[in-house]
Design a protein around this ligand. Structure first.
Ligand SMILES: NC(=O)c1ccc[n+]([C@@H]2O[C@H](COP(=O)([O-])OP(=O)(O)OC[C@H]3O[C@@H](n4cnc5c(N)ncnc54)[C@H](OP(=O)(O)O)[C@@H]3O)[C@@H](O)[C@H]2O)c1
Length: 214
């Protein structure tokens, strides 16, 4: 099964590509700079050029699933938040619909559930992430939306805490490696299709934490 990772050169993306390969998937690393191709190959992925602000659909041709883990990052203005995190995400969803790709995992953000929550300075980012999530939910794609809290570069633990319902409580920060492993677990578990899952650091084995209760 070919899984395209949009944002393969990012923090979660770099953790995800080798984990997909180890789990028996064929990862396609979508990057916007061809100088990153060798690094994608070294991690076990097939590199493809794709730009959320430019040519994108050819990078997704023939794949079975897409993971969106790109982002404009904290060092850019709200213009890039709109163009990449919102419009780029929407364009990737449209490309899946047009290309008959019916599985999509979105890396959203934990307070996309409540965009106007504190801290106020991040509200525009959370609004954008929420709007991208809503667009995905309204599509016909088999979607899983993951809403992790603050990401760290700590080593993965294989354990998380997951919440299927919204509540005000935040939880411990979560290593990018554990978010990446959660993506693999979601692809492995069809029961996560249609679910929106908030993710924190925690003690529950990932496969158990993300499996919805009946
Ligand atoms: N930071 C947090 O605490 C936090 C918390 C919750 C959720 N999130 C979300 O988690 C996801 C991953 O975060 P991260 O920190 O691992 O990401 P990251 O390291 O910032 O990487 C983002 C990736 O997106 C790529 N990208 C940016 N613009 C692009 C474009 N126009 N076309 C194609 N690719 C593009 C970047 O490419 P280049 O390498 O070429 O720059 C980069 O590799 C993001 O969606 C973020 O919003 C973050």
């Amino acid at each position: 099964m070919q899984v395209a990772v949009i944002g393969a050169n990012g923090g979660i993306g770099r953790e995800l590509v080798p984990r997909l390969a180890d789990a028996g998937y064929d990862p396609i690393g979508v990057v916007r700079d061809e100088s990153q191709f060798d690094a994608v190959r070294e991690r076990g992925g097939e590199p493809r050029y794709g730009d959320l602000e430019g040519e994108l659909a050819p990078a997704l041709e023939g794949v079975d699933a897409v993971v969106f883990t790109a982002g404009s990052g904290g060092g850019t203005g709200w213009d890039k938040t709109l163009l990449i995190d919102l419009w780029g995400a929407r364009r990737s969803i449209d490309a899946c619909v047009d290309g008959d790709i019916d599985r999509y995992v979105m890396i959203s953000a934990y307070n996309a559930s409540e965009p106007l929550a504190e801290p106020e300075a991040l509200a525009p980012y959370r609004v954008v992430k929420r709007c991208a999530d809503d667009y995905l939910e309204q599509s016909a794609l088999g979607a899983t939306i993951l809403r992790p809290t603050t990401l760290t570069d700590e080593e993965g633990t294989g354990r998380v805490s997951a919440a299927f319902e919204y509540h005000d409580d935040d939880g411990p920060d979560i290593p990018r490696a554990d978010v990446a492993q959660t993506v693999v677990a979601c692809l492995d578990d069809e029961a996560t299709v249609g679910e929106t899952i908030r993710l924190f650091g925690g003690d529950t084995p990932i496969e158990q934490a993300i499996h919805p209760c009946d």
